[in-house]
Design a binder for this molecule. Sequence first.
Ligand SMILES: Cc1cc2nc3c(=O)[nH]c(=O)nc-3n(C[C@H](O)[C@H](O)[C@H](O)COP(=O)(O)OP(=O)(O)OC[C@H]3O[C@@H](n4cnc5c(N)ncnc54)[C@H](O)[C@@H]3O)c2cc1C
Length: 501
Amino acid sequence: MVPHAPYDAIVLGGGPAGSAVGRLLSAWGHSVLLLDTPTPSSRGLAESLPPSTQKLLAHIGVLEAVERAGFFRATGNTVWWGSDDRRVETFHSPGAREAMGYQIHRPDFDRVLRDGARDAGAELRPNARVRDVRFESDRSIAVDYDDGERGRQTAAGRFVLDCTGRAGLVGRRFRRAEPGYRTCALVGVWKKPSGWDLPDETHTIVETYDEGWMWSVPVSRDTRHVGAMVDRASSTVAGGRELEQVYRAETAKATNLGRLLDGATLQRVWTCDASLYSSEQYAGPQFLLIGDAASFIDPLSSFGVKKALASAWLGAIAVHTCLTDPARQDVALEFFSNWERDVYAKHLGRSREFAREAQARHPHAFWASRAASDDVKDASEPDVARDPDVLAAFERFKQSPSIHLALADGVRFEPQPVIRDREIVLEDAFVTQAGLKACATSALRFMGNVDLVRLADIACRHTDVPDVFEDYCRTCAPVPLPSVVGGLSVLVAKGILHERA
Ligand SMILES: Cc1cc2nc3c(=O)[nH]c(=O)nc-3n(C[C@H](O)[C@H](O)[C@H](O)COP(=O)(O)OP(=O)(O)OC[C@H]3O[C@@H](n4cnc5c(N)ncnc54)[C@H](O)[C@@H]3O)c2cc1C
């Protein structure tokens, strides 16, 4: 029996991804059912969020609530990466609140976000374990779930959004494990009332050793979570005492972090899977995989939650587009899928670089397997910074800001998907000829944050670069001057703009 009219979206999982997408779609007027089964608080991780997460939290409309929750704030990281030399990385503008990261205890953070979804109008079922998803017809899915005392329930919807993280209720069937990245996290909570002898106690700490790497994230002045990331195949441990022994032995391997734990009391230990994976497919006519349900990036990046929030924001835009204008469904879902694919490739590339750095110092199978395999090319942002034609144009604008630019004859446009407000729409982009060596796309619309079609139009109306910059920032969006000069350089190097005689 289906007791409710079909929902626009049924969101499975109320972690950061599920709560964020649930909140956005509800706020935009769609009916949303959000089903979550709580993770035991005793297994809740302490995690680091970089300062840049604040922008996303603001977009989602939960920044104030997160601020009010009073999470421990971080000013940077202290790192021993493949070296005995300590590197202290301080976020920019130390002291400024917006330049600080968050050290969150996930159960508390997730509660704030779930409340945000409910406040925006999502129907939240906080004790609902999803059992099955059935794709019933082209336009309808059914979700079976156990809802505590209410017993077995079924809900119908237009879209199912899988935000169940590693569980991947829908995502599992598309999952592709990353070879060489089977990792197990052994996590412990430590208390040291006398405080930690560190240059900055708010910092996340990271250290490599031969068979793995360790991290430590504080949740308060006296309590830190400390995790050892080890090879999954070699870390089969039982629970209880044996686990604690294995964990203590592992923490002793990281010289600096191990020393830090002297005099601290271990409160509890548990394990979790931290192996990397991506998906063959990220969306279909009735589903989207969002956050960790789509892919899992290396926790070393401290970007997992930020990626989940970004995925949720883009997923909400894609679903809103499909519900508003079904004719744009294919374009919207492809745009979302391409973003997911690119973001995973970009992070995997970075992980490999870090692994190669660590391997030079620790020639162990743990690092060899992570450092091996092909480089991954990120196709989302063409790396034009090294293209000689672009560099030459950039130099020319730097030396003489005076310009007399015009659109070259025969420049053609073709529609390309872009985000406008809450929708994915098709807008004209320049069709480029082959020639810009590092450029991956044939249709050019954006370079970083700069809209090249609008920049070209503005550039043709001015006679010097500072005026173009001022006009662009006033009428489009504020961006740094080098981005505008870079955009102009690409337009000239690509032969889209040329100097009038
Ligand atoms: C050891 C480790 C350290 C990490 N450190 C960091 C860090 O420092 N910084 C960072 O940004 N990221 C970190 N991450 C990554 C981060 O945890 C994830 O990227 C993030 O949790 C993804 O959010 P999500 O909402 O996609 O999934 P999740 O947070 O996994 O949320 C999934 C939700 O779905 C629910 N669920 C699952 N199955 C069902 C079901 N059948 N029915 C109903 N509900 C269900 C779960 O209970 C959960 O609430 C770390 C990960 C690991 C493993």
